[in-house]
Design a protein. Structure first.
Length: 287
């Protein structure tokens, strides 16, 4: 773990020496070696599907990014873009595994908020909770789940108003040694003075990843009734973001989203809901 953290610090030091212009998506371009800072202020919540897990309030959400010629830091993701062309782009990156966010509020996924392309996981009809006869186990009574660090590669295919992304991530911190793959389509358009963004996608998460965070074994309890081994599964999601300018720096912002969790995860006794939903309403300020 210490070796991984050292590599992360070395990579950060190397990245910030790059210069020039970075454009990681068609609608997010930042001057060379410059910071992009913003904040969203309002009211919202992200639901927590875990037993006795607190829902995460969304009130003040900073947006922090730094771009160089090819290197970038974007709301907790540290990366390097190797190819950027009108139709395609390709980057490698490091980031904290977002799965632990439901076990601890102090996680970048719960704090940082990309205002220009906000896509918190969530809308949709309410999903049903787990069956009443399923045994449940409070996350306050299980072993702590560690922070994982993922290394990933991502490819982009740009359309006139949309974009396809394919992402692969691998745990490089040896916390769970799992993998995840994401396929996502995003579409942006203008309607009168409103900027609308839609994202739909699916995540495949490996058995090692799901079992580490949601599996229950003798590390958590000696009651064998609770034992559960997680399996790989797909999680589909969608989100809708609406933004309307007020001034050059202020804008109204609304975001809704929904993520469906697979049975390979929701059958765990520490999980009580089969979905994650989010809503945020407020204003955004760009410095």
């Amino acid at each position: 773990m210490y070796f991984t953290l050292c590599r992360l610090i070395i990579l950060l030091s190397w990245f910030v020496t790059s210069t020039a212009l970075a454009c990681l998506t068609q609608d997010r371009c930042v001057e060379q070696s410059s910071w992009q800072l913003g904040v969203a202020i309002g009211i919202g919540v992200k639901t927590n599907p875990l037993v006795d897990g607190d829902n995460i309030p969304l009130v003040i959400l900073p947006d922090i990014a730094w771009y160089a010629k090819q290197a970038y830091f974007d709301n907790g993701e540290l990366g390097y873009q190797w190819i950027y062309k009108p139709k395609i782009a390709f980057e490698t990156f490091l980031q904290l595994d977002s799965e632990r966010a439901f076990f601890s509020f102090l996680h970048p996924t719960n704090i940082l908020f990309p205002i220009e392309n906000s896509a918190i996981n969530s809308p949709a009809p309410p999903a049903q909770d787990m069956p009443m006869n399923q045994p449940s186990l409070s996350i306050d009574k299980i072993a702590s789940r560690k922070w994982g660090i993922n290394g990933g590669i991502r490819g982009h295919y740009f359309l006139s108003k949309g974009e396809w992304q394919l992402t692969f991530q691998q745990d490089i911190s040896n916390v769970h040694k799992g993998q995840q793959v994401r396929l996502e389509y995003s579409h942006n358009w203008l309607w009168h003075k409103f900027h609308l963004a839609l994202r739909v996608g699916t995540d495949w998460k490996s058995a090692r990843l799901i079992d580490y965070y949601y599996g229950v074994s003798e590390r958590d309890t000696h009651v064998t009734e609770f034992y559960f081994e997680g399996q790989s599964g797909w999680q589909t999601y969608m989100s809708v973001t609406v933004q309307k300018p007020i001034t050059e720096t202020w804008s109204w912002l609304a975001n809704l989203g929904y993520r469906k969790l697979p049975n390979s995860l929701t059958n765990s006794p520490i999980v009580e809901q089969n979905h994650i939903s989010n809503i945020f309403l407020g204003v955004a300020y760009r410095f």
